[in-house]
Design a protein around this ligand. Structure first.
Ligand SMILES: Nc1ncnc2c1ncn2[C@@H]1O[C@H](COP(=O)(O)OP(=O)(O)OP(=O)(O)O)[C@@H](O)[C@H]1O
Ligand SMILES: *[C@@H]1O[C@H](CO)[C@@H](O)[C@H](O)[C@H]1NC(C)=O
Ligand SMILES: *[C@@H]1O[C@H](CO)[C@@H](O)[C@H](O)[C@H]1NC(C)=O
Ligand SMILES: *[C@@H]1O[C@H](CO)[C@@H](O)[C@H](O)[C@H]1NC(C)=O
Length: 480
């Protein structure tokens, strides 16, 4: 049975959290409750003994899980986390991360104050997960941040309330996950991991745990499937680089237990891991080979239990196969440059069968990038094709008729990434509507040129950064 006062409290909590983020500023300090729980000061009339036992047990487990030797109680925990983060962090990298609560550590340009974060208004909802609520906001200094806090309506919180009925204890349990993520983000630094700008811990003036992160946009697989191959390759490459880092991170080998596209966001097209609360550190321990098995819906994999009693490399394998089944199969082969398909097939085979490790996969990806960037894959292009075009240097086509192609970088016309004029000419030849193309100064992330294709042009205007290629009358039509 849940006491009516608790229900009231929960209802009030939900209502408040709907109104604005400022609900974190309420006078409600989880530390008090944590301490009460830890020292067994719970009023026995508020909880039946069995529930209390369950609650204590759950708290103990969460604390043990946080990191092997970290407890999960208020100030002490954060003091310890901060100490560790400062120790493990190289001095040079420290400049980009601030501990937002501590004025003495706020010596860098990107100053964040918890008082400001907690009072952010006009925050927009970016995402709601089982555990966390994420709001986007622009701070006074112009910095766009994603603010993560406990999702009071989330499945984690609901399940806890259903089982235990104590709102503040549940809040602390769920907060542990967010704290754990903060610790991990402090120790793990990589271009494909979201940057932690700072965090707030339950303070004297109230408010729960909150992290301030680099802001991205949710990863939409369906949307991504409609983007050019180059952009999808970028996402896969980012993932492989991330997994390579995680396999030998400063904390040891890290596995993402809940591996889903929704754990990632995109920041200017670059994939970044944002949900780390389900990451686990260190390969599993084992006593027999049977302990080192990976179960997937369509495949099982097993490795040997090492003489030290560790499933060595199991974390890496699990990450790699998940990348194959959630990312590579959807994003990599589809519309890849034909000349690179052999390499892609090799990657698909090696990751789908877990034949190679992450280091081999990374090597294949970097080779793919090199071939694509350098245009080496175009070696067999007919060189005569460019002769069918008249080039006007230092000009840009004005007016003219755009046509659409797919997958274009520009939705109203036909804009494609090319290595140079040769490849653009080949594309123009293959488009029935194409009469002219322009190479401007816009580049993609690999440094390739964005070419714009049109079916006519009205005028050529001077532009030093651009050149126009016009198909000659009587040029051969595509023989395809
Ligand atoms: N830095 C960010 N920028 C933009 N959106 C973000 C950011 N971090 C998270 N989100 C969005 O918020 C959602 C929830 O965040 P997160 O995955 O951390 O919460 P969670 O409760 O652990 O989720 P899950 O239920 O998947 O475990 C994400 O799916 C993502 O779409
Ligand atoms: C994987 O292992 C489980 C448990 O041992 C077994 O039931 C299942 O059939 C196996 N799946 C495949 C695809 O081999
Ligand atoms: C990939 O595997 C398939 C089937 O096992 C095989 O036919 C193909 O030759 C392999 N490709 C490469 C590049 O290894
Ligand atoms: C990858 O690592 C394994 C051992 O960890 C090693 O045997 C293999 O040679 C490495 N491969 C490459 C391409 O570096």
């Amino acid at each position: 049975m849940v006491a009516p006062s608790v229900l009231l409290c929960v209802a009030a909590l939900f209502a408040l959290s709907f109104i604005s983020l400022s609900f974190f500023a309420r006078e409600w300090d989880v530390r008090v409750n944590a301490r009460a729980l830890a020292t067994g000061l719970l009023h026995s009339d508020a909880f039946p003994a069995s529930t209390r036992q369950l609650l204590l047990q759950e708290l103990q487990e969460r604390r043990a899980k946080l990191l092997p030797d970290l407890t999960c109680s208020g100030e002490d925990r954060f003091a310890e986390l901060r100490r560790r983060a400062l120790v493990s962090r190289p001095a040079a990298a420290g400049g980009r991360r601030n501990c937002v609560d501590s004025a003495t550590e706020n010596t860098h340009s990107r100053q964040l104050e918890c008082s400001e974060l907690r009072r952010v208004h006009e925050a927009v909802l970016l995402g709601l997960g089982y555990t966390k609520a994420v709001f986007g906001a622009v701070l006074r200094n112009g910095l766009s941040v994603a603010l993560k806090s406990v999702n009071a309506q989330g499945a984690d919180m609901s399940a806890c309330l259903r089982d235990l009925g104590d709102a503040s204890a549940c809040y602390e349990l769920v907060s542990c996950k967010l704290s754990r993520e903060i610790v991990l983000l402090q120790s793990l630094q990589h271009p494909n991991i979201i940057q932690l700008y700072g965090y707030c811990h339950p303070g004297k003036r109230g408010g729960g745990v909150m992290s301030a992160l680099e802001q991205g946009s949710p990863l939409q697989m369906i949307q991504l499937l409609q983007t050019p191959w180059e952009e999808r390759f970028r996402v896969c490459l980012g993932l492989v680089r991330l997994l390579d880092y995680l396999s030998t991170s400063p904390l040891g080998s890290v596995v993402l237990l809940d591996f889903q596209p929704r754990q990632f966001v995109l920041v200017s097209g670059e994939l970044k891991l944002t949900d780390l609360d389900d990451a686990s550190i260190g390969d599993p321990v084992c006593s027999t080979d049977a302990d080192c098995v990976l179960h997937f819906p369509l495949r099982n994999f097993s490795i040997a239990c090492s003489s030290e009693g560790i499933c060595k490399g199991l974390n890496e394998k699990r990450n790699l196969y998940n990348s194959y089944r959630y990312f590579f199969t959807y994003l990599l082969p589809h519309r890849a440059p034909p000349a690179l398909q052999y390499l892609i097939e090799r990657i698909m085979n090696s990751t789908g069968e877990l034949k190679g490790g992450i280091n081999d996969t990374l090597e294949d990806f970097e080779e793919l990038l090199h071939l694509y960037k350098s245009g080496l894959y175009l070696e067999n292009l007919p060189s005569s094709i460019i002769k069918d075009y008249t080039v006007a240097k230092r000009t840009r086509a004005a007016g003219g008729k755009a046509y659409r192609c797919w997958p274009s970088y520009d939705h109203s016309g036909c804009v494609l990434s090319v290595h140079g004029a040769h490849e653009a000419a080949l594309l123009c030849h293959s488009h029935r509507e194409c009469a002219c193309f322009t190479l401007g100064s816009r580049r993609t992330w690999t440094g390739r040129i964005l070419a714009s294709f049109t079916s006519s042009f009205d005028d050529l205007v001077p532009d030093v950064n651009s050149e126009v290629y016009v198909k000659k009358a009587g040029a051969s039509d595509p023989a395809l």
